[in-house]
Design a protein. Structure first.
Length: 385
């Protein structure tokens, strides 16, 4: 049987995508800028008891620190540096305020300065870790900012940038709250290290470079030396170990493209991983119940961090990303993950990464940004009732 394809706005659409695109084109329901816009009410829960239990690790008055991390050197495509700007322009700050948050927008970190200072010469980077100096030093700057904002009792919300920024996000959070549990929503495990990476792209390494039992030799990696050094603690003469993540402190949700070495590491370290096969088998509701129970059963008041890569969502809904893989989360599954973590009450920090408007046409880019905004507001308290 021959597959059908339809031309729409210069794009060749597969049979699966064509009905959606044609519906938008002829009915007029589409992304921002079209004749109509999908209505998405920006309302917090009306259940006062539930509201009082949400975000309990954030001090009153509830303040969110929006931190732009426009990193693009962890992967080969330009464009991920536009993510923070596009999310803000789509209405993120207004949406957060509408949900009751006090918003402290720190602006974007200046990674261009690192480029001007360090240049691009690969001979000074770590072997099999492309742009390690720029990525590593950028993540060091981000880690310091995240630790500072977390220590103030604020909720750090990091806007990437490619997923290499999670190295800085996690390092800063683990310094401030070493017992943090992590929910990693992604098509990919990002558990590589330079020794096992097939590509050398550092957006595939943030978990691996911090994982106990896997992460070693940072002192030999230009740009990452700070992850090998003991740091001054809060007490006089105190030293604290560099931040590390234990294998039982992370749960993967939505995996569907995992490298051979990463598969071995997940099994060898005993990391809990729910793939898209598991989502199909159990349903996203049960998956999130199991994930949250795993991280909170022994420590119900544990803070949680959610790292959300937009490529976890099926490219039918989020095409503007660099490593799109078919068979991802549906629109509602993507939102449900955010809603479930928020309603646990334990969410203390989050990041959204890998939005890249240059990798889709205008329609696909707007749709991806709009979906990213929707997921973030679901994550931060938006409720249907």
């Amino acid at each position: 049987m021959m597959s059908t394809a339809i031309q729409s706005g210069g794009r060749r659409l597969t049979a699966r995508a064509a009905p959606v695109a044609l519906f938008r084109r002829f009915v007029g329901v589409g992304p921002p800028g079209d004749r109509y816009r999908v209505h998405d009410p920006m309302l917090p829960t009306c259940d006062e008891s539930e509201k009082s239990q949400m975000f309990r690790h954030t001090a009153d008055p509830k303040t969110i620190s929006v931190i732009g991390a426009p990193m693009t050197f962890g992967q080969p495509f330009v464009g991920t540096d536009h993510g923070p700007r596009l999310l803000r322009e789509a209405g993120l700050i207004h949406g957060l305020s509408t949900l009751g948050w006090r918003v402290h927008d720190t602006g974007n970190l200046d990674f261009d300065e690192l480029v001007l200072r360090d240049g691009f010469s690969a001979r000074y980077d770590a072997p099999k870790a492309r742009h390690s100096r720029i990525v590593g030093r950028g993540c060091q700057i981000l880690a310091d900012v995240v630790e500072k904002e977390t220590s103030k009792g604020r909720f750090p919300l990091i806007l990437g940038g490619d997923h290499s920024v999670a190295l800085g996000t996690l390092a800063g959070i683990l310094r401030a709250r070493p017992n943090t549990g992590v929910i990693w929503v992604d098509a990919h495990a990002d558990l590589n290290t330079p020794d096992i990476s097939e590509s050398g792209n550092m957006h595939g390494m943030p978990v691996g470079l911090l994982m106990q039992g896997l992460a070693t030799g940072h002192e030999r990696m230009p740009g990452l030396e700070w992850l090998a050094e003991s740091e001054k603690g809060s007490g006089e003469g105190d030293l604290r170990d560099p931040p590390r993540l234990s294998p039982d402190s992370i749960v993967y949700v939505g995996l569907r493209d995992v490298d051979r070495a990463e598969r071995f590491a997940i099994r060898n370290l005993g990391i809990l991983a729910y793939t898209m096969h598991d989502v199909d088998r159990y349903g996203i509701g049960q998956i999130m119940d199991m994930a949250l129970n795993y991280l909170l059963k022994d420590e119900p008041d544990r803070p949680l961090h959610l790292s959300y890569d937009i490529d976890a969502i099926d490219p039918l809904h989020a095409p503007a990303t660099g490593t799109a893989v078919r068979g991802g989360l549906t629109y509602r599954e993507a939102h449900y993950i955010a809603e479930a973590v928020a309603r646990s009450g334990s969410l203390a920090s989050a990041e959204m990464v890998e939005l890249n408007p240059t990798l889709s046409d205008g329609e696909g880019s707007k749709e991806t940004v709009e979906l990213g905004l929707g997921v973030l507001t679901s994550l931060l308290g938006k409720s249907i009732i």
